[in-house]
Write a protein that binds this ligand. Structure first.
Ligand SMILES: Cc1cc2nc3c(=O)[nH]c(=O)nc-3n(C[C@H](O)[C@H](O)[C@H](O)COP(=O)(O)O)c2cc1C
Length: 275
């Protein structure tokens, strides 16, 4: 017998239905005994109704989310994770999505550090306000923008671009000069903030990519960036930390945030149409 755990989190307009299932599969995967825990959260009522059901099924079907809106409704900022490891190919796809993010003048002025070492995560915990996702995540990403834009860094980007395209064009030369002149007018602090804005576009795309994979990804700004920079010696690499992202699997039994309704401000206050 093998054991499989599932979570089904269904959100209706005015209620959430949470199903967790544990299956005992036979070796041939032909039959499974499934124990289902159903928790129904009517929005008007705080009390929950718990039901334990025992059913026997013959076939197990796995469905994938392909719809971006559905995936973004499924996702939420997980506060508790199980510590289970996310398969490397999924992590690779999430990182690939971040890598493909657009950035101002294509400079990609940031790096992503990937932490899996449990001891390192434990040491990072107090720096991140003891937020348990840090230690319960499978992979902890640190989004680390450049501490400044320099001519060397900008030249490196454009040299690489020309090498990859096998040509040096006047357009890219113009962009190179524009970038060098433009960023020279600002302080390091202002340039760092510009770079952090680019990094956060990648973070958003990574969050969406994770949701499409049915993997949880909690963006986290609640940490002491100065302390983290020192701890990881980021300054020596010309980097500073701006955001963390905990990637893992939601702890359905212990995460208080999971059953809460997803709330956004009215679209009328979010979108303004100029016809
Ligand atoms: C810039 C930023 C910083 C955030 N910092 C934290 C954080 O430190 N810890 C945390 O648990 N969630 C953090 N979040 C998650 C937000 O609280 C969450 O996305 C928001 O409340 C909306 O809820 P939802 O993502 O569950 O839909 C952060 C999100 C963003 C975008």
């Amino acid at each position: 017998m093998t054991i499989t755990d599932w979570l089904l989190d269904i959100r209706f307009h005015n209620a959430n239905l949470l199903l967790t299932a544990t299956a005992l599969n036979d070796e041939k995967q032909e039959k499974a005994l499934i124990f289902i825990n159903a928790t129904f959260y009517p929005m008007s009522m705080r009390n929950t109704i718990r039901q334990r059901t025992f059913i026997k099924i013959k076939h197990i079907m796995k469905t994938d989310i392909l719809d971006i809106t559905e995936a973004l409704n499924w996702r939420y900022a997980a506060k508790r994770m199980t510590g289970a490891t996310v398969p490397q190919e999924i992590i690779d796809r999430i990182l690939e999505a971040a890598w493909l993010a657009p950035s101002g003048i294509g400079l990609q002025p940031y790096e992503i550090l990937v932490i899996t070492n449990p001891e390192l995560k434990k040491q990072l915990l107090p720096i991140a306000g003891n937020q348990l996702q840090v230690v319960e995540s499978s992979h902890l990403l640190v989004f680390a923008p450049w501490n400044d834009y320099t001519p060397e860094r900008i030249n490196k980007v454009f040299d690489h671009l020309n090498e990859q395209r096998g040509t040096s064009s006047t357009t890219s030369d113009r962009q190179r000069q524009f970038a060098i002149n433009y960023f020279s007018k600002f302080t390091s602090e202002e340039n760092f903030h510009h770079a952090a804005k680019q990094a956060h576009i990648a973070l958003g795309i990574a969050v969406a990519a994770a949701a499409l994979e049915r993997v949880d990804a909690t963006p986290m700004e609640g940490f002491n960036a100065k302390a983290l920079d020192e701890f990881l010696d980021l300054r020596s690499k010309g980097l500073r930390s701006s955001m963390l992202m905990a990637i893992g699997y939601r702890d359905t039994a212990n995460d208080w945030n999971l059953p809460l309704k997803k709330v956004r401000k009215p679209k009328s206050e979010f979108i303004t149409l100029y016809r």
